[in-house]
Design a protein around this ligand. Sequence first.
Ligand SMILES: Cc1cc2nc3c(=O)[nH]c(=O)nc-3n(C[C@H](O)[C@H](O)[C@H](O)COP(=O)(O)OP(=O)(O)OC[C@H]3O[C@@H](n4cnc5c(N)ncnc54)[C@H](O)[C@@H]3O)c2cc1C
Length: 434
Amino acid sequence: MTAHPPFPDINSLWQETAGARPIFGGLSGDHRYDVAIIGGGYTGLSTARYLARRGLSAVVLEASRIGWGASGRNGGVVSGKFRVAFSEIAGRFDIDTARRMHDLGIEAIDHVGELVEDYGITSADYRSTGSLRCAHNAVSLESLKKEVDWLHQALGDRACSILSAQEMETETGSRDFVGGMLNTHGGIIHPLNFVLGIAAGLKAAGIAVFESAPVISLRREGSGVLLETPDGTITARQAVIATNSYSDLTAATAAVRNTIIPFRSAMIATEPLSGKAGSTLLAHDRSYTETRRMMRWFRKAGDRLLYGGRGAFGKKDSASAFAALHKAMVRQFPELGQTAVTHRWSGLVAMTMDSIPHVGRLDERVVYAVGYNGTGVALASSMGKHVAAIVTGESPNLGLLTSERLKAVPFYPIREPAVRLVAGWYQFLDAIGR
Ligand SMILES: Cc1cc2nc3c(=O)[nH]c(=O)nc-3n(C[C@H](O)[C@H](O)[C@H](O)COP(=O)(O)OP(=O)(O)OC[C@H]3O[C@@H](n4cnc5c(N)ncnc54)[C@H](O)[C@@H]3O)c2cc1C
């Protein structure tokens, strides 16, 4: 367990460039709603939106401020992919499951555009510029080629194409890549303004949201549930756990905590770029990821370049993890050698045993949606649609996202050294070019 929430906002580029914040009070006294939602990130807010559409009264309880968790500090890459390739899903399960997962990803991307439009979130600066996977060696490029062929033939997805090394240099401004895969689905967004905009939309619709309201206990009471916060309680018919990688802040969400391995992801932002670097690096404003296992990713935010990857192991940031990111960035973009880094921050992503997010019921009174494995901007912000269906007794076809597949992490108490071990192995494989 970490120190007690609420916690102050982190010092990120997104905080510095955040638009107006909707103001929410704290919870005091005893209240009753149909559904109480724990967590004020994309998942929790999206759930409140769709429960309200079904005529249910919902309340969102956020331990700190809206967007304090991953939703306010992520890279803002809008993607519909999962950590497991669709071709692998088809191989391990069947083609219908792969197709359903692919559809869920595309629906989630489209949903980002709908939310932005519906709530008028212009400050989120959503750009549907697509993504580029950057092959670091010939073996990776070969597997990207196979993936593109498979997507064309098996799923009829023509949004992906292969780029040559020269096209990659024009696209990225870096000579580091032997080729790449362009995917025109998805794009980039200001993640904090996105979550704040959704919260503002809920507020305008009269949906209850409380900040500085850590749920310290969740228990059965009568025919429903009772949620306690330091200054007030909520009685509800059902509860939804939407705390993802921050499920260990209090004991209230202990039931999902041991299904998640929190993994620190970090990023750095440069000062605004000018001159040749400003005009040639990442000129098409897409999101960019490397094919290495210990994946690094990058994008522009205005005139700045953001560079992200694995953060420090353990509970806190370390200067050496940020220095490693800086070194990797300069190796890829040598012209940034003298460019100042102005912001450094990190957050936790929630890995699951099968690398797939899961949504479902813990029991007849508690529903959860967790485990986005570092790709939750689109999926978590549309997840409320599925959660609301489950809360109201439906069983939507969610492919592999179903609860039956959510597994507890074995040897949970030693998860941190285990993560270190796996990361070390991945780094070794990357280093030897496998
Ligand atoms: C550094 C980083 C970079 C990332 N980059 C990307 C990216 O580029 N693209 C992408 O798709 N995904 C990315 N992700 C993942 C993405 O941000 C998450 O999947 C997504 O934000 C999850 O949203 P959520 O609402 O489920 O969780 P969160 O946004 O983490 O919200 C959970 C909230 O629950 C609150 N909470 C916890 N316990 C309690 C309690 N007891 N009572 C009340 N409230 C509580 C927390 O304070 C927190 O605000 C990244 C994640 C990180 C950390």
